[in-house]
Ligand binder design. Structure first.
Ligand code: DGY
Length: 323
């Protein structure tokens, strides 16, 4: 029996590419270019499984291609707002993602941003590299202490809870959160976390607000002008979730007016484009969507995709089936 044909839309961890190549009739994206609508449609027409990532927009237009052969989209990433799930289902496709394996890595990066922006790490590094540093002095680049402050989490899923654990146990932070689908008590045991009835209740109390909600229409611009007005003047905003949860124009205004003190961002509203004003500001720490970017995690994510498509081709329900 011939091997299933698999198309991978971007370069993946080399060991995962090797496994895919050994087990399947695999087409890799050798030059790692971003695939066009037409290329994604061709992939759907010519493969049994297409393996996209969070940067591929698998829209209703893409999924509306005629003569689709593919039966599964094994997406490499936990977020799935880049895939039109209804259109995928209508086209007869199973869709899977990669939860759990990137939880710790992404939580680590949220703390990197939180500590980095509070302690002015990006700004300090730029200062030092520019040759402007004249030496230690008592008033030089004073930041904001993190230990003992209040961390407000919007969303209390796996990644938020991992952030909470680090913040509570590592930095003695008080944890508050809002989630329309609150976690079970046992999932937040030991975090000493208090639930708030609304995001506004979180904004009013938090010294640091960290976003951990999914992207998509329900959370689009959740953090806009009104939200910034409700935040404490010295607050910092951290985003490792999805860029369009924040209205970037409103963020720029809030930063310029001093409504909030700073922001640490790993994701952007029009990624990979970044609102130009943010690039000029010192009170923001900006990273290029690195939440899950460690060798270990990217390998684990890729292997989770392999596990999902393997189950599918064996006639089983993949463990991370979304539709
Ligand atoms: C995801 O998995 O959704 C991240 O954004 C990339 O790892």
């Amino acid at each position: 029996m011939s091997k299933p044909r698999v198309i991978v839309t971007r370069r993946w961890h080399p060991e995962v590419e090797q496994v895919l190549t050994e087990r399947y009739d695999t087409q890799l994206n050798q030059d790692d270019h971003s695939m066009s609508v037409a290329e994604l449609q061709d992939a759907l027409r010519s493969a049994d499984a297409v393996l996209p990532t969070v940067c591929d927009k698998v829209t209703a237009e893409v999924l509306g291609a005629d003569n689709i052969r593919a039966k599964i989209l094994g997406s490499n990433g936990v977020g799935f707002n880049h895939i039109d799930l209804d259109a995928a289902k209508a086209a007869g496709l199973t869709v899977t993602n990669t939860p759990e394996v990137l939880t710790d890595c992404t939580a680590d990066l949220a703390l990197t941003l939180l500590l980095g922006i509070a302690r002015r790490a990006g700004e300090g590094e730029r200062h030092l590299r520019s040759g402007e540093w004249t030496g230690w002095r008592p008033t030089h680049m004073m930041g904001t202490s993190v230990t003992g402050k209040t961390l407000g989490l919007i969303g209390m899923g796996r990644i938020a809870r991992a952030v909470a654990a680090r913040a509570a146990h590592g930095f003695n932070m008080k944890i508050i959160f809002h989630d329309p689908f609150p976690p079970r008590d046992e999932d937040i045991a030991g975090l000493n976390a208090s639930q708030c009835a609304s995001p506004e209740e979180v904004f009013a109390q938090a010294d640091f607000v960290s976003l951990h909600c999914p992207g998509g229409k329900d959370t689009y611009h959740l953090i806009g002008a009104e939200a910034f007005k409700s935040m404490k003047p010295g607050a910092f905003l951290i985003n490792t979730a999805r860029g369009d949860v924040i209205d970037e124009a409103a963020l720029v205004e809030a930063l310029e007016s001093g409504e909030i003190a700073g922001a640490g961002l790993d994701v952007f509203e029009r990624e990979p484009a970044v609102t130009a004003a943010l690039l000029q500001m010192e009170n923001v720490l900006l990273l290029p969507h690195l939440g899950s970017a460690t060798m270990e995690t990217r390998k684990a994510m890729g292997m989770r995709v392999v596990e999902n498509i393997e189950a599918f081709f064996n006639g089983e329900t993949p463990r991370d089936k979304l539709v």
